[in-house]
Design a protein around this ligand. Structure first.
Ligand SMILES: [Zn+2]
Length: 204
């Protein structure tokens, strides 16, 4: 792992600016969904709008204990071909199955344009949901998944199935999106606090 210091710069796509922007790394407090403050966490901020875009790998040990506390084991029932796709994506990025699963899930959930193209209208004939996937998923990601499946009017098993069926054509081939995914897996993408706040509020 390359250790970065404050002031390090790189470019990234900013969802708020809808454009490629300079990202500048700074040590700032990290505020969790519960309002706890973790001091001095190196984070990458958009130079255009100030939005936090990236958390570099070196910051993960500082904030991971918080997210692990919030993790719950989740089960997904999928057709066996989905398990094959998951294993092959993992092999292509050299990651273990649970990390691959979470990376693909976050990759799809972080942009509306990604999960929105999942074809949830026609029933899919991928076979019976005979394989059980069981992973620990952090609460913010699970909340985002529940929110997204409600919008698509499908259940989480169907979402995971359709997501990986879509991913086989995008992440297992040499596409710009596969490149973005490989780059993205190096970072911990924490769902936006404000968004989660709104999701929780709308559920009440
Ligand atoms: Zn921005």
């Amino acid at each position: 792992m390359k250790i970065l210091n404050e002031g390090h710069r790189e470019k990234a796509v900013c969802p708020a600016c809808h454009d490629i922007r300079d990202v500048v790394y700074r040590y700032r407090p990290y505020i969790t969904e519960d309002g706890d403050t973790i001091p001095e966490v190196l984070q990458g901020f958009c130079e255009g709008c100030g939005e936090r875009l990236l958390i570099p790998p070196q910051s993960i040990p500082k904030i991971k204990p918080y997210y692990q506390r919030l993790s719950k084991t989740q089960e997904y029932k999928v057709p066996s071909v989905i398990d094959d796709i998951l294993l092959n994506i993992g092999a292509s990025i050299k990651m273990e199955k649970p990390e691959t699963f979470k990376s693909v899930l976050r990759f799809y959930l972080e942009r509306t344009s990604r999960w929105n193209r999942i074809d949830a209208t026609s029933p899919h004939k991928l076979g019976p949901a005979s394989t059980r996937l069981s992973f620990r998923v952090d609460e913010p990601t699970d909340a985002l998944l529940r929110h997204t499946t409600r919008k698509l009017a499908i259940n989480k098993n169907q979402f995971v199935t359709l997501m990986f069926w879509d991913a086989k054509d995008r992440l297992l081939k040499n596409t710009p999106e596969a490149e973005a995914f490989r780059t993205g897996t190096k970072f911990l993408h924490v769902p936006d606090t404000a968004t989660i706040g709104k999701i929780n509020a709308s559920r009440c």
